[in-house]
Write a protein that binds this ligand. Structure first.
Ligand code: UDP
Length: 475
């Protein structure tokens, strides 16, 4: 009991992929650091794959089956299969687990359920337990609003597209100027899901449904900070009265969690890239970090454009080429012949790295990114400007804001060309006028991110409010 209230016990369940697990784990650590008892639930499959899933006093890991078989796991539509399978199979095991947890010695009963996006079926677990639920939606506030508005875009006839010519005839440039709190943006930047020709598009419906179902939860948690997206957050307040902006989560963790015992990673981090960065002879900020996150899949042609663009730039770079980055489940083996030779002495290729540390390393001065939200927030916190190559979901709107509203990004054309890759790398890393302006802006956003997560800052206070809410609602 604390202050007459029962100890809060949060059961957290993210959609089982890195982009959801990582921020949910950070939230779990932050809650635990504030005295909340935490149970972090993985799927059995990931639980076995994850590195270092060590529990400790008041912080335990548990797992539930995901219902997939071996064939599902390698199928091209494995994410869809996973989504459907979780919906079908996971509610009962989660409920059962939550009930069992409360019967163990020294463990308070589960008093709230926290989920990431894409697992809204688990809101019903909270309903059955009669405890409140919270959703950590893993995009920016603007990404969330855009996903909410997919319904209006569909009902107003903007999407699905009439035929394939609409993908290239300028239609995607149609201005969308009626989303409250947002400047006019291109239709194509609202979300990748508008680019469908299929009137029954599964992805479009799922995104719409998942975002709108957040209204069933008692609170919405976002990995952003108020100053970064004030207009859209203010507008969102009418629809979602309880929004907790507690990010950048990486910065909040850094400040509030002394010792992270529960580090999780689905891939092994290559420690040698840190040593390579330490040993770089060039001035600080000279290295470009290149990564496309945990899910993006490039065609061999796209990989070649990036590779030869980087080779032509003559700048040092650290490139994460994870297994599966290239179609056909390929990784480093798909790099063009001669590429390593052509970039010898100024290139390090890793399968996976400790990205937050890499971005904050003094040698790193730019990030060529797919504009995933976690990567974007980590770059903002590190004060590193970006070259943006979005391709999926909210990545287009993140890129639009990074390049437009925040002034910290350069956008690559959708049709990737090695000449433009090389030119953008040169522009960012070469230190010209535009690069200087971006660096100044990035330094300002970094300072604001730091301030937001310091005592008295907006994100710091919101985390405290969230913890208080968990205690009140759970008591
Ligand atoms: N990441 C990492 N090491 C790498 C590449 C990526 O730790 O070598 C992490 C990165 O720090 C981020 C996450 O993977 O937290 C990627 O999330 P993001 O939202 O950027 O993209 P997604 O993977 O969801 O497309």
């Amino acid at each position: 009991m604390e202050g007459g209230k029962r100890a809060a016990h949060a059961m957290l369940f993210p959609f089982p992929c890195s982009g959801h697990i990582n921020p949910t784990l950070k939230l779990a650590e932050l809650l635990h650091s504030r005295g909340v008892h935490v149970t972090f639930v993985n799927t059995d499959h990931n639980h076995q794959r994850l590195r270092r899933p060590r529990g400790r006093e008041g912080f335990r890991f548990e797992s539930v089956p995901d219902g997939l078989d071996d064939a599902d796991r390698v199928a091209p539509d494995r994410t869809v299969r996973l989504y459907l399978s979780l919906r079908k199979t996971c509610k009962a095991p989660l409920l059962d687990l939550a009930r069992r947890l409360g019967k163990r010695d020294g463990v308070p009963p589960v008093s709230c359920v926290v989920i990431s996006g894409l697992v809204s079926f688990a809101l019903a677990v909270a309903d059955d337990l009669r405890v409140p639920s919270f959703v950590l939606w893993g995009t920016s506030a603007v990404g969330f609003v855009c996903t909410l508005r997919l319904r209006q875009l569909r009902l107003r006839g903007y999407t699905p597209l009439k035929d394939e010519t609409y993908l290239t005839n300028g239609y995607l440039d149609t201005p969308i100027d009626w989303i409250a709190g947002m400047p006019a943006v291109r239709l194509g930047d609202v979300s990748s899901f508008v680019r469908t020709l299929d009137p029954t598009s599964f992805a479009l419906r799922v995104e719409e449904e998942e975002a709108n179902s957040c209204a069933r939860a008692q609170g919405l948690i976002l990995n952003t900070f108020h100053e970064l997206e004030a207009d859209v957050l203010d507008a969102l307040g009418d629809e979602f009265p309880r929004v907790y902006t507690i990010g950048p989560l990486a910065a909040a963790m850094h400040r509030r969690v002394d010792h992270v015992a529960s580090g999780l990673s689905l891939w092994e981090e290559d420690a040698a890239c840190m040593a390579w960065l330490d040993a770089r002879p060039d001035p600080p900020g000279s290295v470009l970090y290149v990564s496309f996150g945990s899910l993006a899949v490039l065609s061999p042609g796209q990989l070649a454009e990036f590779a030869w663009g980087l080779a032509a730039s003559n700048r040092p770079f650290l490139w994460v080429v994870r297994p599966g980055l290239v179609g056909g489940d390929r990784g480093m083996d798909a790099l063009p012949e001669d590429f390593v030779e052509a970039t010898k002495g100024r290139c390090f290729i890793a399968e996976w790295c400790a990205q937050e540390q890499v971005l904050r390393h003094r040698a790193v001065g730019g990030f060529l990114t797919h504009s995933g939200w976690n990567s974007t927030t980590e770059s903002i916190w590190a004060g590193v400007p970006m070259i943006c190559a979005p391709g999926f979901a909210d990545q287009y709107i993140n890129c639009r804001y990074a390049c437009g509203e925040w002034g910290i990004g350069l956008r690559l054309d959708e049709e990737l060309r090695r000449e433009q890759v090389a030119a953008h790398v040169e522009e960012l890393m070469g230190g010209g006028k535009k690069a200087q302006e971006m660096r100044r802006n990035a330094a300002q956003w970094k300072a604001r991110a730091e301030a937001a997560t310091e005592p008295g800052g907006s994100a710091y206070e919101n985390l405290d409010k969230l913890v208080e809410q968990l205690r009140v609602e759970g008591s």
